[in-house]
Write a protein that binds this ligand. Structure first.
Ligand code: GAP
Length: 453
């Protein structure tokens, strides 16, 4: 598989994201928390736009999917039933020489770990890698004041289980008929052994998951349907066609709950290359059956017209909000020369609907009533979408500052504005400027970013 079709921009992005208020290392002043990140003012807008986009297409725009927001803390038995307590493990290998730890399936390992021919990918020594061993990835804590095994609970490693245990609550309350789905967005926690690559693999992250309950026997049909739907959604975010692909899981790759699975992969560039951003899984009746067994409660659907009961099959779509945010950043990042300018520019070419700030508003100079006019315009626009007002520095520099954070439009108030009430709107990508009456700016921009005013 090709891994070098796009340059590696991760390092540049980490620095841009910190400098411009997208993403900071968690607890940075204390030296940081390993592989945990905080979203700053622009990052939180970007991720929120992404989550809203998902929620709209999966919940609000559909009659057959309901949304929920289940708690992070769940009954301990949930994770026994789901198989996570026993099986949520990644085989790992340690290097006896350099003390580094790797996933046993790390493609950089040459040879079979535990044998003399295996070579450590870090220090290069042969025969120093241990046999693979299992490691529990769930964060453990205690509920209540007593720290014993009866009070032991886990931070959820996936949001899906909150949906399964609420399957009948939602179906009955909303009078839904199979096939139907339940969706939620929420935090998940995994004590990942080899986290890294910025927000690609972290220990605290957000998932956007949907479980679609179908009649047994129709599961593969729905699996194919969701696989296509979800790829179409990723394309609609503006992720480049050639950077997206499916990867079908082989029998060895399938998770313990899955009958069939496809990953939707994005090409992150550099050596990371194509990696999963979303999983579409046919989970069969595994989860509902397991919860029936462990809770002693029936989780059957009553098919009234046919007067029969059955345990539905589940097709799951599971996408990482943080990982897709990283895909958006990587996809959007570009450096280019501007005709007629010596200094190049860095651009985050987000789709306007996803950009954290929709418009920059600038007075050309800080006099002749321009700042007052521009501030008033910025205030009016803010009622419709996020706007950044900036009056400091040369106008070219102000444009470039907005290009670097992906602001699709910049509005400048100049001498002509003071005479005829028109302003210029500069397009981030084409660099074209057009003159528009100030009182039309809000509807012109709203139409281009696809929001109502
Ligand atoms: N409920 C199924 C499930 O959790 P998964 O493939 O383990 O499946 C789904 O995770 C998605 O969650 C992944 O495609 C990825 O986008 C995201 N994800 C998983 N682990 C992650 C981590 N440690 N950091 C960031 N995102 C993660």
């Amino acid at each position: 598989m090709s891994t070098q079709t796009h340059p590696d921009v991760l390092e540049k992005l980490v620095s841009l994201c910190k400098r411009r208020g997208f993403i900071f290392q968690s607890s940075e002043i204390y030296g940081g928390t390993g592989s945990v990140w905080d979203y700053g003012p622009l990052g939180v807008e970007l991720k929120k736009n992404l989550k809203d986009r998902w929620w709209h297409s999966m919940v609000r725009a559909r009659q057959d999917i309901e949304g929920i927001d289940a708690a992070i803390l769940m009954h301990r038995e949930v994770w026994v039933a789901s198989g996570h307590v026993a099986g949520f493990t990644d085989p790992l290998v340690d290097c006896r020489n350099c003390k580094k730890r790797f996933r046993a399936d790390d493609p950089r390992i040459k040879g079979t770990p535990g044998t003399p021919d295996a070579q450590c990918p870090a220090c290069g020594m042969k025969g120093t890698l241990s046999e693979p061993r299992l490691f529990n990835l769930m964060f453990r804590t205690f509920m209540g004041p007593v720290e014993d095994s009866a009070a032991e609970i886990f931070l959820r490693p996936e949001t899906a289980q909150g949906i399964y245990v609420n399957f009948l609550n939602v179906q009955q309350a909303m009078r839904q008929k199979v096939p139907f789905g339940i969706a939620q967005i929420g935090k998940a926690f995994r004590n990942e052994i080899t986290p890294g690559n910025f927000i690609f693999r972290t220990r605290e992250f957000e998932q956007m998951e949907m479980q679609f309950f179908v009649e047994p026997g129709t599961d593969m049909q729905w699996f194919d349907y969701w696989k296509e739907q979800r790829m179409t959604w990723h394309r609609s975010l503006g992720l480049a066609e050639e950077r997206l692909q499916f990867h079908q899981h082989t029998t060895e790759e399938l998770a313990h709950y899955a009958r069939a699975a496809f990953d939707i992969q994005f090409d992150f560039g550099g050596t990371l290359g194509f990696q999963e951003i979303e999983g579409v899984h046919n989970r069969g009746d595994f989860d509902l059956t397991q919860h029936q067994k462990h809770s002693g409660k029936k989780l059957e659907y009553f098919d009234q017209p046919n007067n029969r009961r059955f345990v539905p099959n589940v097709v799951e779509t599971s996408v990482g909000a943080d990982r897709t945010t990283l895909a958006l950043l990587v996809n959007a990042y570009r450096e280019e020369q501007v005709p007629g300018e010596e200094e190049g520019r860095t651009v985050l070419g987000f789709a306007p609907s996803l950009a954290p700030v929709k418009a920059g508003v600038f007075p050309l100079v800080k006099k002749d009533g321009m700042p007052e006019f521009a501030e008033k315009l910025a205030k009016e626009l803010r009622a419709g979408f996020p706007v950044f007002y900036d009056e400091s520095g040369a106008i070219g520099r102000r444009y470039r500052r907005q290009d670097e954070v992906g602001t699709p439009f910049c509005i400048t108030v100049d001498g002509q504005t003071m005479q005829d009430g028109t302003v210029t709107i500069r397009d981030r990508d084409t660099l074209q400027q057009e003159r528009v009456a100030a009182d039309r700016v809000r509807s012109v921009i709203a139409e281009r970013i696809g929001v109502g005013v």
